[in-house]
Write a protein that binds this ligand. Structure first.
Ligand code: HEM
Length: 124
């Protein structure tokens, strides 16, 4: 009799690098030129070797060290090249509890899209 042994590994496959960090852990790595970690879209990057190479300059990265830089990163409108480049600096991801649900993008409070108009005018 063959017994089916189907393993459900979906939880284990949740991260590509396997390493998980809390925001508090990332915040400890702020030793400027020695140890600069940033969070972008719930992923953790060690950008120390990239500081000198960043086309936008090291200043902007240093300003974000230990922090979530998702918003400034997206505000710049980085290219797909930049997005591919950052993969090489990825060292892990945030633990489930510290993640932002939408991948780090903050929703605009004035455009939820789901609301019906609260007021309407009748012109007589
Ligand atoms: C690992 C993370 C990052 C990578 C790999 C990266 C890569 C790049 C690249 C390749 C460019 C050239 C333009 C482009 O291709 O889009 C660029 C420009 C720039 N980046 Fe980043 N970047 C990173 C994070 C950040 C962060 C966190 C900030 C802001 C806090 C930032 C601010 C800028 C600025 C201001 C420019 C110059 C834009 C311009 O001159 O028009 N970058 N970055």
């Amino acid at each position: 009799m063959a017994t089916k042994d189907v393993k459900d590994d979906t939880a284990a496959a949740a991260t590509s690098t396997g390493k998980l960090f809390t925001r508090a852990e990332v915040a400890k790595h702020t030793d400027t030129s020695q140890d600069t970690w940033i969070i972008i879209h719930n992923n953790v990057y060690n950008v120390t070797p990239f500081l000198n190479e960043h086309p936008g300059g090291e200043e902007v990265l240093l300003e974000q060290n230990g922090r979530d830089a998702t918003e400034p990163f997206e505000d710049i409108g980085h290219s797909t090249d930049a997005r591919q480049m950052m993969e090489s600096y990825k060292i892990g991801e945030l633990v489930e509890e510290d993640r932002t649900k939408d991948g780090g993008k903050k929703g605009k409070p004035w455009s939820s899209g789901n609301e019906s108009p609260s007021r309407c005018c009748i012109v007589m």
